[in-house]
Design a protein around this ligand. Structure first.
Ligand SMILES: Cc1cc2nc3c(=O)[nH]c(=O)nc-3n(C[C@H](O)[C@H](O)[C@H](O)COP(=O)(O)OP(=O)(O)OC[C@H]3O[C@@H](n4cnc5c(N)ncnc54)[C@H](O)[C@@H]3O)c2cc1C
Length: 490
């Protein structure tokens, strides 16, 4: 009789549960170790909006994922298409060409099949009407290569994955924190864990690390990202403190990717230091392409319309962190308000509304003369032309620095509305190096470490400086599935 291999998966977010489900499906006995108590389970995945980026040819690909799309619904939408080549080009563009080719190729190739596999694991999807589509002459036109989200967002996704794990008989142990890897002659033989019953060693035929990045660790943020990052707000889980990355490095794993880089966005100025499970991602403020962004001196400092928000939001958090008091203010006039995403219509937003620009400046704590001058110069630099929020409409400014390259319309219809934001870090880009085919962790000599696999945020090499929205969950599921299969010996 053959004995099923025992796979230990560390973490219980999207990447870990994808790995656990794939390992179980491949015949392994699976144990999941999660540091958080059950009431705080789900990692960053729980906090996520739940958007997944994958290539699609058109409505047929989408129908395979959302079979209950009605005729009436499809008649009034335009999803366009998102070819594989475009996905790959986007990954290259946002990483300044630095991404690891093998990881990117695998992500692009496996993304859509993995979406279908997630359906078999209980995943359910809806179109992102509220965030990724605009009404253009009666048709809802989707944009930015990101059009599908999990039902119930990241929390819904997390619940479905835990339900599938339970249905498969996967043993999930909460309050179990990885504190080290056990090994014999370089082969990983298990993990050491701090548990409610004391420290334990669990033997395993293979270990999958999927315990997130180090964004929740103030010391590591400052050490690797640089001064000021200790003061950033953490958007999601407080449990992602780099433990598994360090355990693997201690065993000789290769540090890889953009260790000084992170995904960071505009996040409500008064949000708590780490994620609030009741609020989720609604502290984010992603509609700046339809207004202007200034600092406390009233000065603009980014091109708000450089691209769709999907391709700029993850790097603008760093730009905000570099401003005085780490604060920024997004300003809109009445004609922009209908374009704002759902996260602007929540009662816990730090917001002010006023009939004049100087009054708004006083209410927000922004320099009055500075803001008045900036708005006057900006309005002067705008010109007439067709405005279309679902395309890069080329309606740019003339003669202001920084320019606004698209969607530039004067701020001239009171009352004016302002939102105060700071830098919210989502996850860190630096991590471990894996073989793209097997998700096996590589050592500093590029050799696979026997028995050790990794997936999710703690893998480096895909994201540098910036990020294309919806790639994190997709990459976690793709490489989690591969890691689980490989760990089970398939
Ligand atoms: C507010 C917000 C919105 C987001 N929206 C999106 C989106 O719409 N689309 C998208 O693609 N991405 C989004 N992201 C990013 C996305 O959430 C992450 O890329 C993804 O969830 C990472 O999955 P993961 O499994 O690698 O890590 P996580 O989901 O963070 O899971 C890691 C798990 O490891 C556990 N852990 C940590 N240390 C240990 C240890 N020592 N021992 C045992 N367990 C440990 C943690 O408790 C956690 O449960 C968002 C993130 C945030 C915070």
């Amino acid at each position: 009789m053959t004995v099923a291999p025992h796979v230990v998966v560390v973490g219980a977010g999207n990447a870990a549960l994808s790995a656990a489900l794939a390992a179980g499906e491949s015949g392994a006995r699976v144990t999941v170790l999660e540091k958080a108590p059950q009431a705080e389970r789900g990692g960053n995945t729980f906090f996520a909006g739940g958007g997944f980026r994958f290539p699609y040819d058109g409505l047929d690909t989408i129908r395979a994922l959302i079979p209950d799309l009605s005729e009436a619904e499809t008649a009034r939408i335009d999803v366009g298409s998102y070819p594989r080549a475009q996905f790959r080009a986007d990954l290259a563009t946002v990483s300044d060409g630095l991404m690891d080719d093998a990881l990117a190729d695998t992500l692009v190739r496996e993304a859509e099949p993995t979406m279908r596999w997630l359906c078999e694991q209980g995943g359910r999807w809806v179109l992102m009407y509220g965030r990724q589509a605009h009404d253009v002459d009666g048709t809802l036109v989707f944009f930015g290569g990101l059009i599908v989200e999990a039902v119930g967002g990241g929390a819904g996704l997390s619940d479905r994955l835990f339900e599938s794990a339970a249905a498969q008989g996967i043993d999930v142990r909460y309050g179990h924190k990885l504190i080290g890897l056990a090994s014999v002659d370089g082969r990983v033989t298990g993990v050491r864990a701090r548990t409610p019953d004391g420290d334990q060693t669990l033997d395993a035929d293979a270990v999958v690390l999927a315990a997130g990045g180090f964004e929740g660790n103030t010391e590591m943020r400052t050490r690797y990202l640089g001064p000021g990052w200790d003061l950033a707000k953490v958007r999601g889980s407080r449990f992602n403190t780099g433990d598994a990355i360090r355990a693997a490095l201690d065993l000789g794993a290769q540090p890889f990717g953009n260790w000084s880089g992170a995904h960071a966005v505009a996040w409500d100025l008064n949000a708590p230091p780490t994620g609030n499970r009741g609020v989720g991602d609604l502290y984010q403020k992603h509609s700046y392409p339809y207004g202007i962004v200034v600092n406390v001196d009233g000065e603009r400092f980014v091109d708000e319309g450089a691209d769709f928000r999907n391709y700029t939001y993850a790097k603008y958090g760093r730009a905000i962190l570099q401003q005085p008091l780490r604060a920024a203010f997004q300003l809109f006039d009445q004609k922009a308000l209908p374009l704002l995403r759902d996260e602007y219509r929540v009662r816990y937003a730090t917001k002010a509304e006023a009939g004049t620009i100087t009054e708004l400046a006083s209410m927000l704590g922004v320099d009055r003369e500075g803001l008045q001058r900036t708005v006057a110069e900006f309005n002067e630099a705008c010109h007439q032309g067709p405005f279309n929020p679902s395309t890069l409409d080329g309606l740019g400014t003339n003669g202001v620095t920084p320019p606004k390259s698209n969607w530039a319309r004067p701020i001239d219809e009171p009352p004016f509305v302002g939102y105060a934001v700071t830098c919210g870090i989502t996850f860190t880009f630096g991590g471990l190096k894996i073989d793209a085919r097997s998700a096996q962790v590589l050592d500093t000599e590029e050799l696979p470490i026997p028995g050790l696999y990794a997936a999710g945020e703690l893998v480096g090499g895909l994201f540098y400086n910036n990020y294309a929205g919806g790639s994190g969950l997709m990459a976690g599921a793709v490489f989690g599935r591969i890691a689980g299969r490989s760990a089970a010996g398939r």
